[in-house]
Design a protein around this ligand. Structure first.
Ligand code: UDP
Length: 237
């Protein structure tokens, strides 16, 4: 493990803090145990959540990397910290869905759990002020978020990532219902950035269809703690 000195805090988001390092192209990404946001609902604080987020993201980014998908992940530095490449982030949340759930069920009136004949890809404009609205290619263009070519490449990578992640999770008895990726530019190259954890993915147990990981209803912190830990073990052990 390389000795990397933590520099100035660059950014603090809901789940993570980015610090500069001595190397202008590299950052330290530190995961938090509880999200900080001004939401109406109290955040669920799980012991060691930050460490599990770090471990799960490292495992999944490593898997993508080994299968030819570039990500910002370089190496794990400590329990809650990883070394990443500095990206110029594209302000889009790219969601890939294999089964109907969440906002798709509501928007299209489809039953939760319906398998999709082909994966569905959506993008949302990352804007807290606007509540991350759903956007199409024309909106992306109008907002100047990404070029047509970049959008095409983003989709291609997102579907390829789905094709890599699906069997990985199936082997661990997990249904990958949907997940969110974020992309950035590094030296003109497109890379997957941010995190890949239960906080941005929907995982169900393959046989019982029990919801694993983040409890979106936030009704039971104890259950969320148990299922988050369960996902961590299935991915990281
Ligand atoms: N997602 C996310 N961040 C967001 C919105 C969605 O990571 O700001 C993820 C979410 O965890 C889920 C997928 O994208 O795995 C699809 O989310 P959906 O649109 O169904 O919204 P939700 O029901 O999660 O609010």
């Amino acid at each position: 493990m390389a000795a990397v000195r933590r520099g100035r805090k660059l950014f603090e988001g809901k789940w993570k803090i980015l610090f500069e390092t001595e190397h202008p192209d590299r950052l330290i990404q530190r995961f938090k145990d509880a999200p900080t946001f001004a939401g109406a609902r109290a955040p669920v604080k799980l012991a060691r959540r930050g460490a599990m987020k770090n471990g799960i993201s490292a495992a999944l980014f490593g898997l993508l990397h080994r299968n030819g998908i570039p990500t910002h992940f370089l190496e794990v530095l400590s329990d809650r910290e990883m070394l990443v490449r500095r990206l110029e982030m594209i302000r889009l949340e790219v969601v890939v869905r294999n089964l109907v759930a969440g906002s798709l069920a509501k928007r299209l009136g489809m039953e939760v759990g319906t398998p999709l004949a082909a994966p569905v890809l959506e993008h949302y404009y990352k804007s807290d002020a606007l509540g991350d609205p759903f956007v199409n290619d024309f909106h992306v263009n109008a907002l100047g978020l990404a070029s047509g070519e970049e959008l095409k490449a983003i989709r291609e990578v997102a579907f390829r990532a789905n094709g890599i992640l699906l069997p990985f999770f199936a082997e661990r008895e997990i249904l990958l219902v949907d997940f969110k990726l974020e992309f950035g530019r590094h030296d003109g190259r497109l890379m997957v950035g941010d995190e890949l954890t239960p906080d941005g993915c929907r995982f169900w147990d393959r046989s019982t269809r029990e919801r694993l990981g983040k409890d979106r209803t936030r009704r039971s912190p104890a259950r969320e703690a148990a299922t988050y830990q369960e996902v961590f073990q299935r991915i990281c052990s």
